[in-house]
Design a protein around this ligand. Sequence first.
Ligand code: CUA
Length: 341
Amino acid sequence: MGGAGAMTARRLTLAAFLGLGGCAGVQSPLSPAGTQAGSIQSLFWLMMLVCGFMYLLVMAGLTVGVWRGWRKRSGVSAPEVRPGDQRPQRMLILWVGLMVGGLTALIVGSFLADRTIAAARRDAALEVRVTGHQWWWRIQYRDPATGGWIETANELHVPLGRTTRVTLGSADVVHSFWVPNVAQKLDMIPGRLNLLDLTPTRTGWFRGQCAEFCGAQHAHMAFDVKVEAPQDFERWLAAQARPVSAPSDAATARGQAVVTRGACAMCHAVRGTAATGRPGPDLTHFASRRSVAAGTLPMRRGAVQGWIAQPQALKPGAMMPPVPLSPADADAVSRYLMSLK
Ligand code: CUA
């Protein structure tokens, strides 16, 4: 008996922790790290407050009604409403007043949140393009030096305190761009560009996730977001803009030959080499990212080698076909890819 009670208590504690754990962390709108997410969080709490208060009032009224009916049925005399009694009328006025006040608070709250989200559009400084693919993210930065585009995938870096304008598009079906800690979610629609501004207020790593069902691997369509100090961001962008340097040893040279002259180059680009494929993610600074296959695997050599050998086992339905390589070539390719920092 005591054991069962302790078990229940432990389960309740665990449930409470899991419930609260959802409020913090790297993928939560209740732990804002951006101006836009902050205003959405304020609106959320206002709605909770107003609607929670009204809910409690309705429940209290219902309880009183049931209690009175029960007393009447049990033959206990209940207070009757007599002609000329002003109380019901006053209660009605109070109730209407509360509803009008509550709804007005919600209207003002959502108007202000909307203004905050729209206000950023006037001072966006940095231009980034994000295109949804089944099932990964093409990310392009406008190069401040040349005006061209610097391409990467599945990892978005943004500077702290500056507004980044993200232009969202899709290459195939409808996806949805969502980094709950930083900003609202917005659909990515084929044949159309949507604009989303984000102004980060706290540095750190966050997780973005496709928020619109887009096929079998929708759940494996995630990306990492790093909010960093402006000077760190500039350094990162300058590194991303550089083409690859020459392989430093025989193994990576062999890997480069396989990647840039074989099947990989039909879909992937490695800037500075003969590989200029467009359908798949750009691999120029592949190993500078934290994950492989849009958040599916950690960036480790074993995971990379496994992914190349068996992409359809790890992410069934993905566009990446298995690439049959000799053991020596597979080893060289993974070494080469891990050297692309
Ligand atoms: Cu893309 Cu869900």
